[in-house]
Write a protein that binds this ligand. Structure first.
Ligand code: GLC
Length: 477
């Protein structure tokens, strides 16, 4: 089985969010199961030079984009035994930012076409499956069915499309059909790419891929309802027979407190007592009172509405009157950045606001904190809560998407569960749940039991990779 995994970002080359983690870890897990999985991403100028210097030139050719032919250099590199391909075109990818350009519609139209053309230059690697991810490669399944189906090389290739976040859809003016994609007017219809007066790349993936997946079972159900459906719930209901929810895992070679070099002191589920040393050291670094009995609450997130920050903001004043400390890390909307910075300026010994994307500090927070807050409005899967579990920081989450599927509420009678959760998007429910967690924190035996449960929860990629493998097999049988 050969799988070409198409993504707009992949760790360790370029990563802005969870998709970058998945594009590293899932293909790796598939390879371990004997699948010849390979990854292809754009060659952004911001990929570190140390990688760029090691890339090999495989081929150069042109890619038709509307009436023009654009250059494509196909580069290749193996990293940790994984073959990676890079689509090189300086006009599109030699920029300081990777997303949010005025011509993203053109850049990712080009990328999808370039991926399809690249297959002619991969030697004997002709994929059985092209696995596309999010809107950036959503148009590819449509192009594969339209422009390549008569070509023998492509006629047997099946496509899988994974939705990591339905909110970001890649919606562009309808002129793009003719001017960039070389697709005829017929595609501007409800059962093809039309989304109101425009063209949706996300719809391209949903309509034209042979199977559609999303990153948790709960989210797969949620997106078929108007609240979570982002205007596509009707379409998703009509495609429910080919829609699957497969929860993400995390890579325990990357995220393991026993060997993680980014944290102050290593520990595991048999040496939970060592964890507290991380807290004392971080308290000191943040100029908080150094005291192992003060619960430390961590928030590591992009600062966007999706993450449920409005609930936290609504209760922040109240939270800061409790005997706790809060450390926040992340950047995003200025609105949230300002609020958290304001509180940190008033209560510097209670809340530390760190407006950066800093993977080292992130790990230190997971290792040091007692509680991890993630009350998302919606969460396709979520990775923060999975890392928190492994590092013994107890997640408090809202029961949505992957948060619901991975966090089992603590049951004080049976001692089972690995976190705390609440149902409604309500700041009162969040506050009640935090209060319950803080009460349990004072009962050290029960708390330590909970920490142990959290740390031994298994969210490795193995099970999920097996589900993807079954899906690929069903498509190619
Ligand atoms: C997106 C989602 C997040 C998910 C990630 C990887 O970033 O918002 O919930 O974990 O993709 O699938």
């Amino acid at each position: 089985m050969k799988v070409l995994f198409v993504a707009s970002e992949a760790y360790p080359f370029i990563k802005t969010g969870g998709l970058g983690d998945v594009a590293y870890a899932l293909p790796k897990a598939l390879r371990k199961m004997g699948i010849d999985a390979r990854v292809i991403i754009p060659k952004y100028s911001t990929i570190p030079l140390s990688f760029k210097n090691c890339m090999e030139n495989l081929a150069s050719f042109t890619v038709p984009v509307g009436w023009r032919n654009q250059y494509c250099g196909l580069k290749y590199l193996t990293y940790e035994d994984m073959p990676y391909y890079f689509v090189d075109n300086e006009y599109y990818f030699e920029r300081p930012e990777i997303y949010g350009c005025y011509d993203d519609g053109e850049r990712y139209s080009y990328f999808s076409k370039a991926v399809l053309e690249s297959i002619k230059h991969m030697g004997d690697f002709v994929p059985d499956i092209i696995h596309c991810n999010d809107w950036h490669s959503g148009i590819l399944p449509a192009l594969l069915k339209d422009s390549y189906s008569d070509d023998e090389m492509y006629s047997e290739i099946k496509s899988v499309f994974t939705i990591h976040n339905l909110k970001y859809q890649g919606v562009f003016p309808k002129e793009i059909l003719d001017e960039l994609l070389n697709l005829d007017e017929g595609y501007f219809s409800d059962d093809a790419l039309k989304f109101y007066d425009a063209i949706s790349f996300m719809k391209g993936g949903i309509v034209f891929a042979d199977a559609v997946t999303t990153v948790s079972e709960t989210y797969a159900g949620e997106i078929q309802t108007p609240f979570y459906g982002e205007g596509l719930d009707g379409l998703l209901r009509s495609k429910s027979e080919k829609l699957y929810g497969i929860v993400n895992g995390i890579d325990y070679e990357l995220y393991n407190p026993k060997v993680d070099k980014k944290i102050f002191y290593n520990f595991d589920s048999d040496s939970i007592k060592q964890k507290v040393k991380n807290k004392l050291k971080l308290q000191n670094q943040l100029s908080f009172t150094v005291n192992e009995n003060i619960p430390l609450v961590g928030i590591v997130t992009r600062l966007v509405k999706q993450k449920g920050l409005d609930l936290i903001v609504a209760k922040l004043q109240e939270l800061l009157s409790l005997p706790i400390q809060i450390v926040l890390l992340g950047n995003g909307d200025g609105y949230y950045e300002d609020i958290f910075q304001y509180y940190a300026s008033i209560y510097p010994s209670r809340i530390s606001t760190n407006i950066v994307f800093d993977e080292v500090l992130a790990q230190k927070i997971y290792a040091a904190s007692d509680i991890f807050l993630m009350p998302s409005l919606f969460e396709p899967c979520g990775i923060g809560q999975l890392i928190a579990l492994k590092y013994g920081s107890i997640p408090i989450v809202r029961e949505t998407g992957g948060l619901k599927d991975t966090i089992i509420p603590y049951n004080k009678y049976t001692g089972t569960g690995n976190g705390f959760s609440f149902e409604n998007y309500s700041s009162d429910e969040l506050m009640d749940t935090i209060t319950s967690a803080l009460n349990l924190y004072n009962d050290k035996d029960s708390w330590n039991k909970l920490v142990k449960n959290a740390m031994i929860s298994n969210n490795s990629w193995e099970n999920s990779a097996k589900n993807y493998m079954d899906l690929y097999s069903n498509l190619t049988d």
